[in-house]
Design a protein around this ligand. Structure first.
Ligand code: S3P
Length: 445
């Protein structure tokens, strides 16, 4: 997609709307990857059609999986475990997606061909040793030796060995990569999950009756997977993405006299840290129609404008809020008092160094902050009203773009957000939905 900027010159007026956001990105990746390993035709509804997910579809097609879209339903023709058609020197392009790169490398751990994994500029800077080390224990080899980023080559093992792993980062991508590697590995792979992260992979595998067990202990979860046990194709309805809803939640809270209802959102408790944090900040948010569907909690979110106050946000809430901190920092900038977010080190390992970048963007528009290693303190400015022009460099980070867009609607001023096209990686209908609420913006090529 060609690069473009978005310019906002006016604040948004009050609104009262009901919206749907696009399908959950984490669930969309997993639905495609897991159904490719089942037997038969899986039917996936509500799949996110963003660049990250299209990269997953293309990667699977390159590995010989037939995927057809018919009447808005994706049909994935699975041929069982170990059915990818691999050959030496095949190149898989994960684009901007850490989830695709890490989860697919998990699946490729049991294929004995030399496969090159590449990604875009941003993905090529992100840490891969976190999966290279455990996948190496299964028997996979990575080249060049000691390289910790993409591009790299991997050769899976014909005789993989089940491993025991301690997951200390709180990374669902690491956990899921190991779980996917274990599916075609004989024996029982065990993961001691010391820092809990989103559990969609586990839920989906349980839902389709794959051989996965989760024992919950006081300080950790023990996940065991019995490998080389086939499972059947399945049907799935993918709900909306909390990480996309987040921008509309914060926008509504900060816009006077406004209400929004966001329907059919994934409310898995490992994803709803943002709701807990915002409620502590005084936000008027209600979850309604909550039900369990296809192994995941789903419901509607009703949000009303609120006067936010500062909080001290504990590091324990980081894994369940991880992708929402960029927009939460905008909420904190408008709240009364000083908000502290701690334990945010992982944020600097995302599509951009998000913690550092958001800190400098806030400073650029006059919000005072204190950044010390993994902790940011944001001194709220409830009456902020910008009247100058600013150009914001988004570093091609979709969530930074969308968070800054929300900021523009509230803070005023004339703000140009560069490389806004990155939003297509996760939320192609973002600008359309913002227009529906009354946001005004210009697109500059
Ligand atoms: C994701 C997990 C998170 C999150 C990412 C999606 C997933 O990353 O930031 O956007 O789908 O598993 P980590 O697991 O690396 O924290």
């Amino acid at each position: 997609m060609k690069s473009f900027s978005v310019v906002v010159k006016k604040k948004i007026n009050k609104f009262d709307k009901t919206i749907f956001v696009e399908g959950d990105k984490s669930l969309s990746h997993r639905a495609l990857l897991i159904s490719s390993q089942g037997y038969g035709i899986s039917k996936l509804r509500g799949l996110l059609e963003s660049e990250d997910i299209l990269n997953t579809i293309n990667a699977l097609k390159k590995l010989g999986v037939k995927i057809i879209k018919y009447k808005n339903i994706y049909h994935v023709y699975g041929n069982g475990l170990g059915s990818f058609k691999t050959k030496n020197n095949l190149t898989i392009n994960a684009g901007n997606s850490g989830t695709l790169a890490r989860l697919l490398m998990g699946l490729l751990t049991t294929y004995p061909h030399k496969i090159k994994i590449i990604g875009d500029k941003s993905l090529s800077k992100r840490p891969m040793e976190r999966i290279i080390t455990p996948l190496g224990k299964f028997g996979a080899t990575f080249m060049p030796k000691n390289k910790k980023t993409l591009p790299c080559y991997m050769i899976g093992s014909e005789m993989p060995i089940a491993i025991s792993h301690k997951e200390k980062i709180g990374s669902a991508q690491v956990k899921s990569s190991i779980i996917l590697a274990s599916l075609n590995t004989p024996g029982i792979t065990k993961i001691k999950e010391l820092k809990k992260s989103r559990d969609h992979t586990e839920n989906m595998l349980k839902f389709i009756r794959a051989k996965i067990k989760i024992k919950k202990f006081k300080t950790y979860n023990l996940i065991s997977i019995e490998g080389q046990k086939d499972f059947k194709a399945f049907n799935l309805n993918i709900p909306g993405d909390m990480s996309s809803a987040a921008f509309f939640i914060v926008l509504t809270l900060l816009t006077k006299h406004s209400i929004i209802k966001i329907k059919n959102i994934n409310l898995n408790p490992t994803r709803t840290g943002i709701i807990i944090i915002l409620k502590k900040m005084n936000a008027k948010i209600k979850l309604t129609n909550v039900k369990t569907k296809y192994g995941e909690k789903v419901g509607d979110i009703v949000v009303k404008s609120s006067i936010l106050k500062s909080i001290n946000c504990p590091a324990s809430l980081v894994p369940s809020t991880i992708d929402e901190f960029t927009v939460l920092m905008i909420a904190a900038a408008k709240a009364k008092g000083t908000t502290t977010f701690s334990g945010l080190g992982e944020l600097n390992k995302k599509e951009s160094p998000r913690l550092n970048l958001m800190n400098s963007i806030l400073n650029q528009v006059g919000i005072k902050t204190k950044l010390k290693r993994e902790t940011i303190k944001i001194i709220g400015s409830p009456k902020i009203n910008l009247n100058k022009s600013y150009t914001i460099n988004s570093h091609f980070d979709h969530r930074v773009c969308m968070s800054v867009f929300v900021m523009c609607q509230i803070f005023g001023g004339q703000i140009k957000i560069k490389d806004f096209n990155s939003v297509a990686t996760s939320f192609p209908s973002f600008l359309y939905l913002m227009k529906l609420l009354g946001a005004k913006y210009e697109i500059k090529k």
